[in-house]
Design a protein around this ligand. Structure first.
Ligand code: HEC
Length: 134
């Protein structure tokens, strides 16, 4: 009986651990995928990725900041003017808590801005920067 209870709570614990993604857990996962220590993620490179401009399909320069604004604590806007909640976890605690959402939007937005997917290192750097925005 005691054994059974211990086993059940272990299962529950691991289930809730899997559900509770955080900016730190994404940083750990992307660092591992990139084959680097989590301490090797670079907020400076993450910020550069956020701000660097690339030629857009319609000619003008575009960056992550084009939609998410120069200040990631502020709400942004899509090209058709739809509100985007702030990207920095300090301003929006729901950020980087849902793996499906994070993967979907990294893929879509990196393809959109860089015309390629972001690497695991880039994704880790990006979150490392956003997560230390105060
Ligand atoms: C064309 C506008 C646009 C651009 C440019 C853009 N994004 Fe986004 N981004 C969005 C929208 C829309 C969402 C989803 C709505 C939301 O989450 O509020 C989003 C959400 C995200 C998310 C989801 C985070 C989470 O946990 O909720 C990530 C990660 C992200 N963007 C990264 C990037 C990166 C990296 C770049 C630059 C390479 C970028 N975005 C450029 C519009 C944009």
């Amino acid at each position: 009986m005691i054994k059974h209870i211990a086993w059940t709570s272990l299962l529950l614990l691991s289930a809730s651990a899997a559900a509770a993604d955080t900016p730190a857990s994404f940083m750990a996962r992307y660092a591992q995928q990139a084959g680097v220590a989590v301490t090797a993620l670079s907020p400076a490179r993450g910020e550069a990725l956020y701000r660097s401009e690339h030629p857009g399909r319609s000619g003008g320069a575009q960056s992550c900041a084009s939609c998410h604004t120069a200040n990631p604590k502020q709400a942004g806007q899509t090209r058709v003017g739809k509100r985007i909640e702030p990207l920095a976890p300090v301003a929006n605690p729901q950020r980087f808590t849902d793996a499906a959402k994070v993967e979907k939007w990294f893929r879509r937005n990196c393809m959109d801005v860089l015309q390629r997917e972001c690497s695991a290192q880039e994704k880790g750097d990006f979150i490392a920067w956003l997560n230390q925005v105060k």
